[in-house]
Design a protein around this ligand. Structure first.
Ligand SMILES: N[C@@H](CCC(=O)N[C@@H](CS)C(=O)NCC(=O)O)C(=O)O
Length: 210
C-alpha cells in the first residue's frame, strides 16, 4: 500500500488532495514538523531533504510534491480518467501546467507571503521587503492573467473534467489567494474554476485537517 508522509496545511496538502481524488488506498504517516521529526534518520532515508511530503510505493521512494503528481498520475490516474494517456497532447498539457504551477506560481506566492504575512515562517517585520512583495504581486497578476485566458471554454485545466492538474494548479492559486492575500477579483474564470475545485469533497476533507 502507498505510504504518505505528510503534515496538515503544508506542501503535502496538494498531494493529499490528489490521493483523495484518486481514491487509492494509502497509509498516512503524520510527520510532526514542530518536533523536528522531518530530520529523524528514518524519515531522511525516505526524503533526504527532510521535508514533507514524501511517498513510498513498494520499493519506490518519492520526494518533491510535483514528482508525486507525475508518479501518481501515470501509475493510478490514467485508469481513473484523472491523468491523460502517455504520449498524447493532453499529457503534454498536464506536464506543462503542473510544472508551471510549481515553477511559476508558487515562487510568487511564497515571496508574497514571507514579505507580507504574519506566519511563523515569514520574515520578521523589520526584514520584510515592500519591493519584493510588489514584484511578487506583479508576477502573480501576469500569471493569473495567463490562466484566465487558458480557462476560456474550459471548466477545468484540461477541459471538461477534473484531473490531478487541477489539484496542482488549484492548490498554488488557492494558497496565493488565501494566505498571500493575492487578488483574483479581476479574473472571473479563475475565480469560478477555483470555486469548482475547492467545493469538491476531497478538497474539503484534506483542508479541514489540523
Ligand atoms: N518543494 C517541496 C517543498 C517541501 C517543503 O518545503 N515542505 C515543508 C513544509 S511546507 C517542510 O517540510 N519543512 C520542514 C523543514 O524545512 O524542516 C515540495 O513541493 O515537496
Amino acid at each position: 500500500m502507498l505510504k504518505f508522509y505528510y503534515a496538515p496545511q503544508s506542501s503535502a496538502t496538494r498531494v493529499h488532495w490528489a490521493l483523495e481524488e484518486l481514491g487509492v488506498p494509502y497509509e498516512k504517516v503524520r510527520v510532526h514538523l514542530d518536533k523536528g521529526e522531518q530530520k529523524d534518520a528514518a524519515f531522511l532515508a525516505v526524503n533526504p531533504n527532510g521535508k514533507v511530503p514524501a511517498l513510498v510505493d513498494g520499493d519506490a521512494k518519492i520526494f518533491e510534491s510535483l514528482a508525486m503528481f507525475l508518479w501518481l498520475g501515470e501509475k493510478y490516474g490514467e485508469a481513473k480518467g484523472m491523468w491523460p494517456k502517455a504520449g498524447t497532447p493532453e499529457r503534454a498539457e498536464a506536464y506543462s501546467w503542473s510544472v508551471w504551477s510549481t515553477a511559476e506560481v508558487v515562487p510568487c506566492v511564497i515571496d508574497r507571503i514571507v514579505h507580507t504575512a504574519d506566519v511563523h515562517w515569514a520574515y520578521p517585520k523589520d526584514q520584510k521587503s515592500a519591493a519584493v512583495a510588489a514584484k511578487a504581486l506583479e508576477g502573480w497578476t501576469a500569471r493569473v492573467a495567463i490562466l484566465e485566458k487558458h480557462l476560456s471554454g474550459r471548466d477545468f485545466m484540461l477541459g471538461k473534467t477534473f484531473t490531478l492538474v487541477d489539484c496542482a494548479v488549484g492548490m498554488a492559486i488557492g494558497l496565493g489567494a488565501m494566505m498571500g492575500g493575492l487578488p483574483i477579483g479581476d479574473f472571473p474564470r479563475v475565480g469560478a474554476w477555483l470555486q469548482r475545485c475547492q467545493t469538491r469533497a476531497a478538497f474539503g476533507k484534506v483542508i479541514a485537517e489540523k
